[in-house]
Write a protein that binds this ligand. Structure first.
Ligand code: PHE
Length: 344
């Protein structure tokens, strides 16, 4: 029995093996206990001899067990340490970092360029009254220009002053002008502001149009501001954003809140005017709307149109971003797919 037990103990590699060995040989129902229980059948002369022998074996086994257990414990500890070893000479792993959304990046670039020209950012609300979004901008109820901007209504009101989600950043013009004019009603100060923010339109979602998108609008008001100032400013801006070789075209257009109005086209980034898929063969890309602030709008803002003139322009950073990076579908901007966002 002793030889068998000692051999089995040698084969025990883990603490689980050891526990099993212990219960097999030294446990209450183990092999040694069986021998001791069988002593009742022995003669009185044999009992002390066998008893002593059994006790010897028990002691030997207990001691062998203790030694083996210590060896196994050491081996297990060593294996554990080896498995958990940290190689402090390895370079660290970078935790994944977030980043700014591509249109936020472009929005900031736009704001940066106009900041250099003396424009300050003016924040205004996304939930508007019909009055600010339309009427004070020279778009009375039932004006056909409302069809250019299908609207999400929050609350209809009987007096035609519904609560709605702004369809453009232009209502900020009125808020800003009124706040500035209130500082000095007889001689309102000049205005140079940027109006960035989210706008909403109740439209079909397509690769070219979404129901929610950012706009950024510029407004400059002062004495003797002319269309030439508008053109020069826009040209400077576009060349800083898209490169000094860009050519521009101001195309006559219509907005109720500017007169005259224009849309600005830039020569195509891909083909430089030859005509390609990006510009649909025309050689030109439309990038913004602009014009001289309508006298009615100036008056609604508290600025006397006999003494002040101004210009305004508005663009969609998503569209600018699409052109800058060659993105083909505006819907990527709000899908928040990391495979898209991580490219910028
Ligand atoms: N508000 C116009 C739009 O959303 C853009 C614009 C702004 C045009 C300012 C002229 C002047 O389409």
């Amino acid at each position: 029995l002793r030889e068998e037990a000692l051999q089995a103990l040698e084969r025990a590699q883990t603490s689980a093996d050891l526990a099993a060995w212990r219960s097999t040989y030294l446990g209450k129902k183990g092999k040694l206990s069986q021998v001791l229980r069988g002593m009742g059948n022995l003669s009185p002369e044999e009992r002390p001899i066998v008893g002593r022998l059994a006790n010897d074996i028990k002691e030997t086994l207990e001691q062998a067990y203790t030694e083996r257990a210590e060896a196994v414990r050491q081996a297990e500890l060593a294996a554990h340490l080896a498995a958990d070893a940290v190689d402090v000479t390895l370079p660290g792993r970078r935790p994944p970092l977030g980043r700014l959304h591509p249109s936020t990046q472009v929005m900031r670039e736009i704001e940066r360029i106009f900041a250099d020209l003396g424009f300050q950012v003016y924040a205004s609300r996304e939930v508007e009254l019909d009055e600010y979004n339309f009427q004070l901008l020279n778009i009375p109820p039932h004006h056909p220009a409302r069809e250019m901007q299908d609207t999400f209504y929050i609350e209809r009101s009987p007096d035609e002053n519904d609560v709605l989600l702004r369809t453009h950043t232009s209502p900020g013009q009125i808020h800003a002008m009124r706040e500035f004019a209130a500082m000095n009603p007889d001689n309102p100060p000049p205005v140079r502001i940027m109006l960035p923010g989210m706008v909403y339109r109740h439209e079909q979602i397509t690769p070219r149009s979404d129901i929610q998108f950012q706009q950024v609008e510029g407004l400059a008001i002062g004495h003797h501001i002319t269309m030439a100032d508008l053109k020069g400013t826009i040209e400077y801006f576009v060349r800083r954003l898209f490169g000094p070789e860009r050519r521009l075209r101001f195309r006559a257009s219509y907005f109720p809140f500017t007169e005259p109005s224009a849309e600005v086209d830039m020569d195509c980034l891909l083909c430089g005017g030859e005509g390609c898929r990006l510009c649909k063969g025309t050689g030109w890309l439309e990038i913004m709307g602009c014009g001289m602030v309508h006298p009615t709008v100036l008056r609604n803002g508290g600025y006397d149109p006999e003494r002040y003139t101004g210009y305004a322009f508005g663009m969609g950073p998503a569209r600018i971003t699409m052109l800058k990076y060659g993105i083909e579908d505006i819907r990527y901007f709000w899908q928040n797919d990391l495979r898209f966002l991580e490219q910028f």
